[in-house]
Design a protein around this ligand. Structure first.
Ligand code: UDP
Ligand code: MG
Length: 310
């Protein structure tokens, strides 16, 4: 069986068409399937649309979250209910085209547990592409891994992969990154990325920056390693300066007692100390968030799913 997991947020108008195209594609493959639609507290009341679809077709399983939790928590809500041997994860706005599902599946059957859809030319707004590139560069730098911004969530994953991802306990979920951590035989196929068929991206610039900051803090301790390194460098240079000034002192070369240099160094180190403390504070905040141990999402209603709490 193939499960297709789709987080739904602000793409109500194209929803019926999307499900229809996915069904055609899956029928052509000829395996059993389920389509799991996760309504991420969509303000357009997509749930109404989803209920309509699910009432006519038992293969359409639906989950309504209690509020908007974000794309990745919504994906996880779907993954936890997915029963298929293979799981496809995709966006709801046609940017990930359903027509590639059979190609993904075919590639997977050639002996891969993960097949990513590699977006050859991204059809996102300029600013988004730029920030995405910058973000993946920073992430590669800070985690010392190679990340490719052309790979998103779209792909097909074996049950083993999904179960491994579900074992990961971090409170901050980013499916794309977690699925790259688990290993398994991985490949990708090239796909065309689509334009959004209706509406605008749910990710504003502010949301993207917040997401990026969270990812860097949750997935890397390198910023802290850097500050340690920076601290040592500054200590070392001041040690060199102490020796130099001591030499000047014993050879009676000090004439004017420095006032500017004292004020400047106080400002410099004051700023640095506050910055480093702030950075540590951010990590402490993340630890607090982790110890709260809150659920990643809350389910309000389900349709065509037998055991809502399993
Ligand atoms: N999405 C979601 N919750 C959110 C924001 C987005 O479930 O709070 C889903 C949305 O339904 C879509 C996917 O995440 O399927 C990607 O969102 P969007 O198209 O807005 O972002 P972009 O394509 O610009 O990354
Ligand atoms: Mg989109």
């Amino acid at each position: 069986m193939i499960s297709v997991v789709i987080p739904i947020y602000k793409s109500r108008i194209t929803l019926v068409k999307l499900v229809e195209e996915i069904k055609n594609e899956l029928n052509a493959i000829g395996e059993h399937y389920e389509i799991i639609l996760v309504d991420d507290g969509c303000p357009e009341n997509s749930w109404f649309e989803i209920v309509g679809l699910a009432q006519h077709d038992k293969a359409i399983k639906s989950i309504l979250l209690s509020r908007n939790f974000g794309q990745h928590p919504a994906i996880f809500a779907g993954l936890e209910k997915a029963a298929g041997e293979w799981v496809v994860v995709m966006d709801a706005d046609f940017q990930d085209n359903p027509k590639y599902i059979s190609a993904l599946y075919e590639k997977a059957l050639n002996g891969f547990e993960i097949v990513f859809a590699k977006r050859m030319a991204r059809k996102d707004a300029r600013l988004k592409q730029l920030t995405s590139k910058l973000f993946y560069w920073l992430l590669s730098f800070f985690t010392q891994n190679k990340f490719d911004s052309s790979i998103g969530n779209f792909g097909i994953y074996h049950k083993k992969v999904i179960q491994s991802v579900l074992l990961m306990q971090e409170p901050f979920k980013i499916f794309t990154l977690m699925v790259r951590w688990v290993g398994y035989r991985t490949t990708s196929i090239e796909v065309d990325h689509g334009e959004r068929r209706s509406g605008k991206s749910a990710y504003t610039f502010k949301k993207l920056v917040a997401l990026g900051g969270n990812v860097l803090l949750f997935y890397s301790v390198r910023p802290i390693q850097f500050t340690v390194w920076l601290g040592f460098m500054i200590s070392f240079s001041s040690f060199v300066m102490i020796i130099y000034h001591f030499y000047k002192y014993i050879t009676h070369q000090i004439e004017v007692l420095g006032y500017t240099s004292i004020v400047l160094s106080i400002l410099f180190f004051g700023g640095l100390i506050i910055a480093v403390l702030g950075l540590i504070g951010l990590y402490v905040g993340k630890i607090l968030q982790t110890t709260l141990n809150r659920p990643v999402y809350l389910i309000s209603e389900v349709l065509n799913i037998e055991k809502p709490n399993s």
